[in-house]
Design a protein around this ligand. Sequence first.
Ligand SMILES: Cc1cc2nc3c(=O)[nH]c(=O)nc-3n(C[C@H](O)[C@H](O)[C@H](O)COP(=O)(O)OP(=O)(O)OC[C@H]3O[C@@H](n4cnc5c(N)ncnc54)[C@H](O)[C@@H]3O)c2cc1C
Length: 513
Amino acid sequence: MFNRDTASKSLWQGTAETYKTVNTADPQTVYDVVIVGGGIAGVSIGVALQKKGKNCLILEAESLCYGTTGGTTAHINTLLDTPYSTIESKFSQKAAHTVADAAKDALALIKNNIKEYQIDCAFSDAEAYLFAQDEKQEKELDEIFQASESAGLTLRYTDSIDVPIGFRKALIVEGQGKFHPVKYVHGLASAFESLGGVIVEHSRVVNVEDGEPVVVETDRYKYKGSSLIYATHIPPGINLLHMRCGANRSYAMAVTLSDDKYPTRLSYDMYDPYHYYRTQEWKGKKYLIVGGEDHKTGDHPNTDENFLALESHVKTHFKINSIDYKWSSQYFEPADGLPYIGQLPGHSDHIFVATGFGGNGMTFSTVASIIFSKWLGDNLIPYDNLFNPNRIKPIAGFVSFLSNNATVIQNFFGKLIPSEKLSVLSGIAQGEGEIVKFEGQKIALYRNDLGKLFALNPTCTHMKCDVKWNQTERSWDCPCHGARYSPEGKVLTGPADHGLTVIDLETIMEQSK
Ligand SMILES: Cc1cc2nc3c(=O)[nH]c(=O)nc-3n(C[C@H](O)[C@H](O)[C@H](O)COP(=O)(O)OP(=O)(O)OC[C@H]3O[C@@H](n4cnc5c(N)ncnc54)[C@H](O)[C@@H]3O)c2cc1C
């Protein structure tokens, strides 16, 4: 089993081994492209560029699929979370068509990669249902239908769906897919190495000197590249894109059914947040995967309740035999609904980024691989440069940009947790964390399963917000830009690139005497 940036275990972790790298890196070589991050984005981009004759190095802080790719649910969609009706109104009808074309190209490329590199990842084509359960959703469904059809998707209304949930109106869309995401990424990684690419795991990039060449410092060695691409889900350091991407957490379960009535298609309801359903078969065993209960990172004090709500939802509609996996993971929602793929704002023209995939990272990471292979391989920017991270859309995204930042400002200056007494220090149960105030100092306190206390400065090292405890994943999560830390303060998820400061409890006790 490979590790993930969370305590909960995903279906993919239970059914895939750790990837073993083959090639070794050379700190003296100037690589054509250094790719930071070994999730689906980094590895897809790596293969596409290596195939174009570029010499690439992938640097991964932990191991491949340690991030959200190991905790996804792997629907491959052209019907996207940002409805084409929204893309039409925020951008244009032509833009909606271009996005649909990009999504279709991504699905075709995934299928081609699987065939060309003979990747055993249980891919199958699938149709998808979107179903409305009240009048308002019905109206929205009609708008989505029209805009999706004019964007070029093939869809129709249907009288039946294959999940046992009541609905008023539903559409069915062709040309979607599903697979085992980690097996796919591992297959791509192997192809990348066969093409001469190099993967270095357990090497966190801690500093980048933006020159010619770009010098990339990890916690172990320094490497050089003519270009650098951040495929870290969200770029590290401080960047404009952190103001344009909201961090969210989503919950998923893989269950077996006692009546064997596994849906064959993908399904989505239309609540906000919505539920998503699909079946995955792996080595002769079927699992129903259900996801939902999303919220902004750090917004829910008791994350276990989200699992309970999801479980109750699943039990209401399906005959459960066993709950085999429950997991949660984080994604980044772009302010105007489209991802940011291209040159990283505020940096030179050989530093790039692929971020803001929302709930469509399988599709958009593959779109990123198409964009970078054309950009760096052929000097062409495809899809009308629509995904340009430097796009200025003061109207599109303005509302969510403001509301995201309202939360940020509140967390900068507000007091998150009321003052606590010293007794709280000893009142925390094993396996729990809490922000306590002791002698005027805020402390992020965690007691491990053996009863040992760990104390940290709760100020996120990224942009100085206070972290919050995530009970389900046993991590300190920053509500502002999604940085996450282990109970002991180690970085689990960027954009932070340094851990939380460890506080010596003894010292504080002595100071307070
Ligand atoms: C519960 C859930 C369900 C989802 N379901 C779907 C779905 O059905 N379909 C879909 O299309 N999308 C889905 N998504 C979104 C999708 O999973 C993500 O968009 C996608 O996995 C992101 O891939 P990535 O490679 O960009 O990031 P990650 O997979 O997070 O990879 C980034 C990697 O970069 C590494 N890294 C970070 N910082 C550094 C550093 N400084 N140095 C070196 N390495 C670093 C990390 O360790 C990590 O391995 C879902 C998301 C969630 C949370």
